[in-house]
Design a protein around this ligand. Structure first.
Ligand SMILES: C[S@@+](CC[C@H](N)C(=O)[O-])C[C@H]1O[C@@H](n2cnc3c(N)ncnc32)[C@H](O)[C@@H]1O
Length: 441
């Protein structure tokens, strides 16, 4: 079934939103706000429809031609056909909408509290990291690449223009090298990661495998010829439990870690550890959070979900003591090394669960939380109130769980002062928000 639809806005997701003649909302793949599009309906989900734009009858003034030749097929970035200014507006609108509805602030108050979205310095070529799944093609040859839209099939791209120029062509180079090496044997590589720093020029290739026999020397030699890497590692995981468990990192060639510089701090990052993928924008996250906290130099602060310490080190330079809490062993080890090498002895690194550790920290002057997409554990809210910080900076990569937590924090006595969306991921719907809360009088 086809229908001509006027596209109204972008959803929090790849699709754009319009309304069908029967009154139902339609999520349109490939739509741009302002388009009049011929839409093929692909699914009826009861109270809404899904479809894809098969013909753009009248293009929107906000429609642009995607840079990437794979944009129509690749599941990596769904907004390349939308002008960047319109993307920024949509990201802010998504945050406003979540605050208004999920947190119950209402439209007017939400509009007042949410700042304009901070644009990314680079709209393409901004990613310091590419990470792809792997598979064997019909002839048993090794393939790696992003997933095809709405499928679990690998799209064997040659390049990714979202990545730094130095690594944008690594998908083809890595695929060629590993295909040559594996022949018809499966090397057991299920994920390939490539990280690059524009600042340090460090370039690491990480191959994720199960433990077991692996042709280390041959892989190191062939990959070194294909990619100018400063480090090549094998990350071994075991999938005998529910999740893949890290078993160790083997250095195949070079340094065995990736280096990056953020806010003047030098980081040595192991392949399994989380690191923000847009380095320039990560500096905005840190600056907005630190400005919002208004720290005194004798302040005692906690940085929960701290990773390798993107916020921890700048915090340590601005206050007396930082408790840095992180549950992932690889990141904890990296942070210990980084803070030692920075000569910062006012960081207490705590490897553990944020909700369990916070009640042990006592009174705090300020707090930073930067949880994964699921947001804050419900029990942490009460512990925040007990720790009694004057201000809290909450950094979120999911406006929906963030808005749920805003409501919980308000109820626990912390008022939202402002929220600033920061665009870490141009050409995608993903939105980061830095929000500042103050203890109510
Ligand atoms: C979004 S990342 C932020 C990392 C860091 N703030 C940064 O900017 O690089 C979230 C971090 O929380 C950690 N994490 C996840 N669940 C956790 C938990 N329950 N307790 C402590 N850390 C956790 C993850 O390992 C990850 O490093």
């Amino acid at each position: 079934m086809h229908e001509e639809i006027t596209i109204e806005r972008l959803a929090y997701g790849d699709a754009a939103i319009g309304r069908a003649s029967n009154g139902k909302t339609v999520f349109v793949d490939g739509g741009c706000p302002g388009d009049v599009a011929m839409v093929e309906m692909t699914a009826d989900k009861g109270n809404y429809l899904e479809g894809r734009a098969v013909d753009i009858v009248t293009p929107s003034p906000s429609r642009v031609t995607p840079v990437c030749p794979y944009a129509a097929e690749c599941g990596g970035c769904g907004w390349q056909h939308v002008a960047y200014e319109r993307q920024l507006e949509a990201k802010r609108e998504n945050v406003v909408s979540q605050l208004a509805r999920t947190a119950g602030f209402g439209e007017e108050r939400a509009q007042e509290l949410v700042a304009a979205c901070v644009p990314s310095k680079r709209q393409m070529g901004y990613r310091n990291k590419l990470e792809f799944g792997c598979a064997q093609d019909a002839r048993g040859g090794f393939v790696t690449g992003p997933y095809r839209k709405h499928t679990n099939d690998i799209l064997p791209v040659n390049s990714c223009p979202l990545a730094h120029r130095a690594i944008e062509n690594t998908p083809k180079a890595v695929r060629g090298a590993l295909r040559y090496l594996s022949g018809s044997n499966d090397l057991g590589i299920y994920r390939v990661g490539v990280r690059h720093s524009l600042r340090t020029k460090s370039l690491e290739v990480a191959l994720w495998t199960n433990p077991g026999a692996f042709p280390r020397a041959a892989v190191a030699k062939t990959l070194s010829q294909a990619v100018k890497a400063t480090s090549i590692v094998r990350v071994m995981t075991d999938d005998r439990g529910k999740a893949r468990k890290l078993k160790g990192v083997e250095v195949l060639a070079g340094k065995g870690f990736w280096t990056e510089s953020v806010c003047g701090e030098d980081f040595k990052v192991s392949a399994p550890s989380f690191f923000q993928v847009n380095t320039a924008q990560a500096e905005h996250l840190v600056q907005i959070a630190l400005e919002g906290l208004e720290l005194d130099d004798d302040a005692v602060v906690a940085d929960l979900y701290c990773g390798v310490g993107t916020f921890t080190l700048p915090l340590a330079r601005a206050c007396d003591l930082v408790f840095a809490v992180e549950s992932y062993g690889s990141s904890v080890r990296d942070l210990r090394r980084v803070s030692e090498e920075a000569g910062l002895d006012n960081i207490e690194v705590i490897g553990g669960d944020a909700a369990r550790e916070l009640p042990e920290l006592g009174e705090l002057d300020a707090l930073v939380v930067d949880p994964p997409r699921a947001g804050l554990a419900a029990e942490i809210i009460g512990s925040i109130a007990e720790a009694n910080p004057r201000r809290v900076a909450y950094v979120s990569c999911n406006p929906s769980t963030w808005a749920r937590d805003v409501a919980r924090l308000e109820e626990a006595g912390y008022g939202l002062l402002r929220a600033t969306p920061v665009d870490m991921f141009p050409q995608t719907y993903h939105t980061e928000v830095v929000s500042i809360f103050e203890r109510k009088a």
